[in-house]
Design a protein around this ligand. Sequence first.
Ligand SMILES: Nc1ncnc2c1ncn2[C@@H]1O[C@H](COP(=O)(O)OP(=O)(O)OP(=O)(O)O)[C@@H](O)[C@H]1O
Length: 624
Amino acid sequence: MADTAQTSPPPDRTDLPQHSAVRSLVRLWPFIRPVRARLGTAACVAILASCISLIIPLVLKWLVDGPVAGRDPGGIWLGGAFLLLLGLAEALLFGLRRWLVARPLAGVEAAMREALYRHVQRLPVAFHDRWPSGQLLSRGTTDLQLLRMFFTFPLTFLLVNGVTILVGTVILMAQRWSLGLVLLAPVPPLMVLCSVFEAKYGRAARQAQDQVGDLTTVVEESVLGIRIIKGFGRHRSQARSFRKLTHALRTSELRKARLLAWILVCITTLPEIAIGGALVLGSLQVADGELSAGTLVAFLSTALALRWPVESTGFLLAMANEAATATDRYFEVMDEPAVEEPATGGETGAVRDGGAQVGGVRVGDAPPKGASASPGTGGLVFSGVEFRYPDAPPDAPPLLQDVTLHIRPGETMALVGATGSGKTTLTALVPRLYDPTAGRITLDGRDLATLSRDEARALVAVAFEEPTLFSATAAENVLMGTEGGQDSDLRRALAVAQAEGFVDALPEGSATQVGEQGLSLSGGQRQRLALARAVVGRPRFLILDDPLSALDVHTEALVEAALRRALAATTALVVAHRPSTVLLADRVALLSGGRIAAVGTHHQLLRDNPEYATLMSGEGESAR
Ligand SMILES: Nc1ncnc2c1ncn2[C@@H]1O[C@H](COP(=O)(O)OP(=O)(O)OP(=O)(O)O)[C@@H](O)[C@H]1O
């Protein structure tokens, strides 16, 4: 089934496909298309400006052979004024080009970033299991900046330079073809050198950009894991890993700089030698009277005017190569198949965290959402469900095999099993974070595989043991669990999760920003907000993965009392490790060896099933 489907890991850098930079860059066309008219106009303006610089030598020729040779001051002033005008026109046109491209190119970058973000949100969880977050972040930041630089400079100027060099060459050949040939002599060796440079620089750029991704991952982990790093005194080893990566990145950047220096030396030196040769040859021809001084001045001025277009080609090629690498990296993510539909509230938001009622406030007062969507029969049924993680060794048995379990409508089922037995994995199948590799799951008789993800997530809410809070207010974090939730829904959900007290005590109550990852709250407080998020939408099905593990016994009892009332109308599957959580449930299912080994009440299983008894005893707790 779809979700666990083919998501590839980040590309193996030792085995990257080699294809031309042009082929990579052509893929940017759909993003460039909407601004092609502006870019085309800007390119024409730049070509015009660049070609003006080629007219200046012709005016010089006229000045030297005409007014200067004829000692005509009026003509010299006229020529000077004309040169000034040409210079002004060139500057104005280059300014106009910049103005034409600035806004549309910022728009292209924003559109690409938005497309990437949207796509990443739609990628299956299996993709995120494999891709380090830093690699995704660097693709959305540094790589896109490189692309904007490419659109601004190389994309236009490689064309402008090409046209300028072509027009200049025609002018040179027209003036004196023998001298023109001397200037063209370096072209074949330069073309060979440029193609070698492109291949080598492309590899170095790819390595450096991947290393930026690795570095981003380490920085992100160090910031998020700062408590662990400090708690275990790991700052030195963490700093060592960071240094190692920065050193590797520096080595790659130096390699890029060496390659660039090498090509710039070639691109600068060979044409200079050719200009020197043409100067000597031209001077001899002027001395022999075969060539006018004005023509030689014009010829050399044209050749010098072509120096910048030729020399800047080295930089432009380097930037184009980096852009090609950035394009490859961008499309490695964009080419990943997304799940078939966009989620409406993000993975955690759509799959709500949390649930129940507090002291007399009943989440179950109103009918659960989605109740009208089905006749309300059937409950949650697993039939012959098999699951294997995509990256599991091919010869390993499936993690879950032939899981068959019926949770009746309105029933609360606890799921118990040894650590690593697959409880979290089984619960993740219900909100379709993953899809089973065989078998089927039905919600009130409707096959989960036939429901869209949005439909499934409208019916199902989840709270995980590790609660994720977003950098938003406490209220916003909770209301993420439902579309158009009101303040009354918020209060009810907070009451169920026993979160009212501490939320009201926050400096700005439920309007307090709880900070990135909710770091300003305790683990138990975060769990309760996540629980409130799960119940706020009154889901028809509730999946709780040990959501009370961080609570003290007293608070846990209060939350459970509220939950019991709230769950009266909800079909729930609760992963439980402690007898206190199990007591919340009507029945208990024991997951063992990838199968449901036993189902019964807590007391029945305690009596009849030694494995369950061990798990629920102190030995079971310590075995965790
Ligand atoms: N994304 C993943 N990719 C590959 N294997 C995974 C992935 N997530 C979990 N596993 C493996 O699947 C097995 C079951 O993990 P799961 O988290 O479902 O167990 P659990 O019963 O919930 O454990 P616990 O009680 O410790 O939370 C483990 O061996 C784990 O290493």
